[in-house]
Design a binder for this molecule. Sequence first.
Ligand code: SF4
Length: 156
Amino acid sequence: MGALRDRFWERPLADLTTEEWEALCDGCGRCCLHKVEYEETGEIEHTNVACKLLDTQTARCTDYKHRKAFVPDCLRLTLKIVDDVSWLPPTCAYRRRADGDPLPRWHYLLTGDREDVIRAGVSVAGRVVSEHEAGPLEHHIVEWDDEDFDEGEEAA
Ligand code: SF4
């Protein structure tokens, strides 16, 4: 892994190395949940159903390196598409940096503790069910507390 530059997260997304890009993710796990998209309207609803590879207690992918082999449609967030993924939560570091906003104060790059995303109530750890056990997605529509994200919690 290449060295991460000092406070690289303050640089424009386009300036980041592959390692820095990967390191931006806070591991909240929201990417790894199924969504329901209605063809006619394009409306997207959120669920609490996790991809089969997600450890539902930690919100970590159990095989990140090989995930595409098991889940071919796993989203790979890139600079090109970050603006197009409308359902990214307002806390997501990619979304925030794409909008020119700072990382939230609890982001592990600022605190040094990857568990802080859980303490901040942002992680899906312990709040989701695996697709192996869930049954129909329509029975699992949820609204995450995105609107409750306190802008005052941002880093200065
Ligand atoms: S929503 Fe953003 S921060 Fe959360 S897991 Fe996905 S890419 Fe990482």
